[in-house]
Design a protein around this ligand. Structure first.
Ligand code: 9MR
Length: 449
């Protein structure tokens, strides 16, 4: 054995070999976010991609959230790529998944300047043709899901940053009256769905949100059916607007609901523990603002995992914007959301009930060591796993096998390889790594997620 060859004193060797530390959870596990949110009468939602709703992605989407928003599947360009030829497959799949999991669906979005089919944007239309196209689209899509969707983002992103109307296909063709027309058509197609107008950079009190406020006020005064205002909230770490709660409250005072509809909080990559801690504080601030206002219906995150976020491709060098990392490990932001919803900040991973992780140093020499983690299940199973720990004395993983390990500062996260994610009831999986150490090599507590 390498340890014998290394000349390690026998007593130390024995200690290393027999000391198996079973992972105590870092937090007492909270109930899922959706249970915490429900207890507060709030929605906690996520945007989803239909094709991903299986495995761990599906498990977390179904277990943690009480509302789903199709990230792209209900946009005009998705549902009617060719005029008169429809593709509802992904939208239907998401609605069916939501119903099977007792979740609401937020329809997104009916009238927007983006992600429209090219036949629509490249066409030349008279005002009456445009008006008919819009009405027909709303009647068809809202009608298809009548009674099944909790809310619709009827009109999306109608304003410029300075509060003037955005010059879109709709505004240019129909004037600002297209907004009232769209809302009226949506109400006719599904009287039960809450009808929202949704926008970004309207989270704080500013020129754009004030224009939106004035519009909602005037729509209400005219009796146009509007039930809510969506604040997208694509935010940057450290920059949650200080007037967020005040802004939510002023909309609520108009007699409409408010929802945070697309929350993500991006940072410059790579992430580190300082940025993740700030991001957690930011998530908590957004949640707190919503929890504090009765008419704030809830918060939807724009993708729950960093592996399903629009940020890296749109803002090169930015990312890590969601509450779970790419390997589905809950980040500090996840725990912050749980805390804001009244939890203690624990839990978040797929259920690891009945499974434990044991860490051992199997050999150690002057500057290096070999570590081993065994994940065992008895009374439970895993279909994927992640073992995480924090080194207490500057140790560094240099190489791993039978797992993919990353280390950021003292924090190590190891997830299963493609071939050993499954741990059956009564079975175990072991992975190993080499590390460096100096001074001391204390055994960390392993958290299984
Ligand atoms: O998440 C969506 C991404 O997959 C699309 O490529 C992108 C195209 O614009 O739209 C994203 O979702 C947007 C949402 O529909 C409206 N608000 C802004 C979101 C991020 O762009």
């Amino acid at each position: 054995m390498r340890s014998l060859r290394s000349g390690l004193p026998l007593a130390a060797l024995v200690t290393c070999l027999v000391t198996l530390l079973t992972a105590p959870p870092a937090h007492a596990a909270d109930p899922p976010l959706r249970d915490l949110a429900a207890a507060k009468g709030k929605v906690i939602g996520t945007a989803v991609t239909g094709s991903k709703l299986t495995g761990t992605y599906g498990d977390i989407a179904g277990a943690q959230f009480n509302s789903l928003t199709p990230g792209n599947a209900m946009k005009w360009g998705s549902v009617e790529p060719t005029r008169g030829s429809f593709n509802w497959a992904e939208a239907d799949q998401i609605v069916n998944f939501a119903e099977a999991h007792g979740q609401q669906v937020r329809g997104h979005t009916l009238v927007w300047h983006s992600q429209n089919p090219s036949w629509l944007t490249n066409g030349t239309w008279t005002a009456s043709q445009l008006s008919q196209l819009m009405n027909d689209h709303i009647a068809l899509e809202v009608g298809r899901y009548k009674g099944r969707l909790a809310a619709w983002d009827v009109v999306n992103e109608a304003f410029n940053e300075d509060g003037t109307y955005r010059p879109t296909l709709w505004y240019n063709g129909l004037g600002s009256g297209y907004i009232a027309q769209a809302l009226t058509a949506a109400r006719a197609a599904d009287p039960a769905a809450k009808l929202y107008i949704n926008d970004y950079n309207v989270e704080g009190v500013n020129a754009k949100s004030t224009a939106l406020y004035n519009l909602v006020k005037s729509l209400k005064a005219q009796g146009v059916p509007i039930d809510g205002v969506g604040l997208q909230a694509h935010l940057i770490v450290g920059q949650v607007p200080s007037t967020l709660q005040q802004n939510i409250q002023r909309f609520a005072d108009l007699g409409v609901d408010v929802a945070v509809t697309e929350l993500d909080i991006r940072m410059t990559l790579p992430s580190d523990s300082t940025k993740l801690a700030q991001q957690a504080a930011d998530y908590k601030a957004v949640m707190n603002a919503c929890v504090a206002v009765t008419r704030c219906a809830g918060v939807t995150v724009w993708g729950f995992t960093d592996s399903d976020s629009w940020i890296p491709s749109t803002f090169p060098g930015q990312g890590a914007a969601t509450p779970y990392d790419e390997n589905y490990a809950p980040k500090p932001a996840y725990h912050a959301i749980a805390e804001a919803l009244g939890g203690s900040g624990g839990g978040g991973g797929p259920s690891t009930d009945g499974c434990t992780a044991a860490y051992a140093v199997t050999s150690q020499w002057n500057t290096g060591f070999t570590g081993q983690v065994t994940i065992s299940c008895s009374g439970g199973t895993l279909s994927s796993w992640r073992a995480a720990w924090t080194f207490g004395a500057g140790q560094q993983v240099t190489q791993a096998w039978n797992a993919t390990c990353t280390q950021s500062g003292a924090a190590v996260s190891c997830s299963n390889a493609s071939y050993n994610g499954t741990v059956p009831d009564g079975g175990s999986v072991t992975f190993g790594f080499n590390g460096s150490w100096s001074g001391s090599n204390p055994l960390p507590a392993v958290e299984l997620g």
